[in-house]
Design a protein around this ligand. Structure first.
Ligand SMILES: Cn1cc(Br)cc1C(=O)Nc1[nH]nc2c1CN(C(=O)N[C@H](CN1CCCC1)c1ccccc1)C21CC1
Length: 345
């Protein structure tokens, strides 16, 4: 197991919890707070032409701070690898959750879908399209709330969300008809199609368009024809139909979703897409860090405001997490070099 010298003393590495391609995710503990984190380690050489995706993901996640988006705490770039220190979600992927339950009841699917609408509403408002929305990219945190991950394919069209994109990307079964037809498309509209596939998967436990041969799968997507099983309510069928509109211009928009009757049923409040995180810094966390680093509160506040996504940014964010979870706002103090003193026998 490689030691990753860059992490030594700052994070205590544990087992690998995910691996794919030229990246792996390891569970780790942040040394000063003992909080769990997930470290995504990417090998530069192996990434090849996919390297720009990492810069895209890092730039996007630095800007995105939201209750339903996986938090980025720190970035370490060395000559041959990247380390992204991210929020640890202990309940794994929504994909596995659906498989384990076969399919979700409408009221449970509604709660999850509201959180997805909240996250997508926020990233669209920030000028981003995710472009790879699927249950594998939605993780469950310790309160079984969803966190969106994998922004490697996201786009921030120059000049705003009205500008068209061209790159065909994402996972075939979730890809919008206009995206697979190679025409220009709007990232936001393609995300809404993927959300239709996601909602169908939540309520049915399988995909509306599926085929092991990609060309056949694409044909099915472009017809826009799919089965609606008997257990779907009229409201569910209607909403899925508004999302899986082949003509992107007739597709429901994220703003129409926020207070859609199906999403409001039994809850009667529109989906809140704003970030609940406040911009101003937390006094208790600043104080604890100032003491630990032997700096004045003002010096500490200035350093943290720079948001360099270094160990200070990670320590502040994780200390704030501890406070939000009602744990003591305390850093583990450096143990001086002395070993345990044995009582004289
Ligand atoms: C699988 N699992 C089971 C439990 Br219990 C917790 C987890 C778990 O992975 N938790 C977790 N917390 N935080 C993260 C993860 C996984 N994870 C991920 O970023 N996971 C993605 C998963 N993608 C889905 C489709 C392709 C890859 C990943 C990316 C590269 C290599 C491996 C995995 C982060 C870092 C954000």
């Amino acid at each position: 197991m490689s030691s990753y010298a860059e992490l030594k003393g700052y994070y205590h590495l544990r087992e690998t919890i995910g691996s794919g391609g030229f990246a792996k995710v390891k569970l780790a503990y942040h040394a000063l707070t003992a909080e769990k984190v997930a470290i995504k380690i990417m090998d530069k050489k192996g990434l090849g032409e996919d390297l720009p995706r990492v810069y895209t993901e890092i730039a996007a996640m630095k800007e995105l701070c939201h209750q339903h988006i996986c938090k980025l705490y720190q970035v370490i770039e060395t000559e041959d690898r990247f380390f992204m220190i991210l929020e640890y979600c202990p309940e794994g992927e929504l994909f596995d959750y659906i498989v384990a339950k076969d399919r979700l009841a409408e009221d449970e699917a509604r709660l999850f879908f509201r959180q997805i609408v909240s996250a997508v509403g926020y990233i669209h408002n920030m000028g981003y399209a995710h472009r790879d929305l699927k249950p594998e990219n939605l993780l469950l945190d310790e309160e079984q709330n969803l966190r969106l991950i994998d922004f490697g394919l996201c786009a921030k069209p120059r000049g705003g969300m009205e500008n068209h994109l061209l790159t065909c990307c994402g996972s075939p079964a979730y890809a919008a008809p206009e995206l697979i037809s190679g025409k220009e498309y709007l990232g936001a509209e393609a995300d809404l199609w993927s959300m239709g596939i996601l909602l169908y998967a939540l309520l049915c436990g399988y995909l509306p368009f599926d085929d092991e041969k990609i060309p056949q799968l694409y044909k099915k997507i472009q017809t826009g024809k799919y089965e609606t099983p008997a257990w779907l309510s009229e409201g569910s069928k209607q909403l899925i139909g508004q999302l899986l509109q082949v003509d992107a211009k007739r597709r429901i928009t994220i703003n129409e979703l926020l207070n859609h009757p199906w999403l409001m049923k039994d809850l009667n409040v529109p989906v809140e897409w704003h970030s609940k995180y406040k911009r101003q810094l937390d006094e208790d966390c600043i104080t604890e860090m100032a003491v630990h680093y032997g700096k004045t509160k003002q010096e500490m506040e200035t350093l943290i405001s720079e948001r360099k996504f270094d160990y200070l940014t990670a320590t502040y964010s994780l200390l704030l997490e501890k406070k939000i979870k009602g744990r003591p706002v305390r850093l583990l103090h450096k143990q001086n070099g002395s070993s345990v003193v044995r009582p004289r026998s």
